[in-house]
Design a protein around this ligand. Structure first.
Ligand SMILES: *[C@@H]1O[C@H](CO)[C@@H](O)[C@H](O)[C@H]1NC(C)=O
Ligand SMILES: *[C@@H]1O[C@H](CO)[C@@H](O)[C@H](O)[C@H]1NC(C)=O
Length: 215
């Protein structure tokens, strides 16, 4: 009888552990407004650690890695805590990899955020995209207009669109790299990195390393 009670308690404990592990894997960094490339002078963006349902979770801290250094929100200029909300000031050009970290050291996926002082940005998903998905690249100018744009992968021109929109169909690992766009003769965006990953539901056979999620 005692043994049985013990095993029920143990089972219960295992369930709770399992549940919390599931919850943890679902925490992600949300950026509002929902974009990851901004022009300087466009105010601020709010960074939160949210669960799958978009609810902000307690006990997670927003951090970033920039120039090889990891900083906590609130401990750097322009990366401030206000009313216990993490705000990124979009006043200076900067780029970094942002993520959420729990008190026990678990980390969400990284989100690259770029604040550009230039006149053109390429809006590209900065969190990893799944193999086989379609990815939309938008070439946007500071004045809000989208027009005749050339698209590049590194130095290679991959296409032209009169409305500043280019779709990569059925992306593969080989599509990873640095993308940029240009409009007119002298306007060129900075390069933005596209990362492609295999969907978690369909892992490659015999590979079971979670390190593939943090290359
Ligand atoms: C934010 O944008 C991403 C990529 O465009 C999209 O997958 C996601 O659903 C958006 N989230 C919200 C809350 O609109
Ligand atoms: C990607 O775009 C192609 C062509 O428009 C379409 O046939 C395909 O269903 C799309 N794939 C996904 C995953 O949306």
């Amino acid at each position: 009888m005692k043994m049985r009670l013990l095993s029920v308690i143990l089972l219960h404990g295992v369930c709770v552990l399992h549940l919390s592990a599931l919850t943890v894997s679902a925490v992600s960094l949300s950026v509002a407004p929902n974009s990851t490339t901004f022009f300087t002078g466009s105010g601020l963006s709010v960074l939160t650690c949210d669960d799958d349902n978009g609810k902000t979770v307690d006990g997670w801290t927003v951090k970033r890695t920039r120039g090889g250094r990891t900083e906590m929100c609130g401990a750097a200029a322009g990366f401030v805590l206000k009313n216990s909300q993490c705000q990124l000031m979009l006043d200076k050009a900067t780029d970094g990899a942002y993520f959420c970290e729990s008190s026990s050291g678990q980390r969400s996926d990284e989100v690259n955020i770029i604040v550009s002082a230039g006149s053109l940005i390429l809006d590209i998903p900065s969190s990893p995209v799944w193999t086989g998905s379609n990815v939309t690249l938008l070439c946007q100018s500071r004045d809000g207009k989208q027009g005749n744009s050339d698209f590049y992968k590194s130095v290679e021109r991959i296409g032209f669109d009169p409305e500043g929109k280019w779709i990569l169909i059925n992306v593969q690992k080989s599509d990873e790299g640095l993308y940029s766009c240009s409009a007119g003769v002298d306007k060129k965006s900075p390069e933005f990195r596209l990362t492609v990953r295999d969907p978690p539901a369909d892992p490659p056979p015999n590979v079971k390393s979670s390190s593939s999620y943090y290359p």
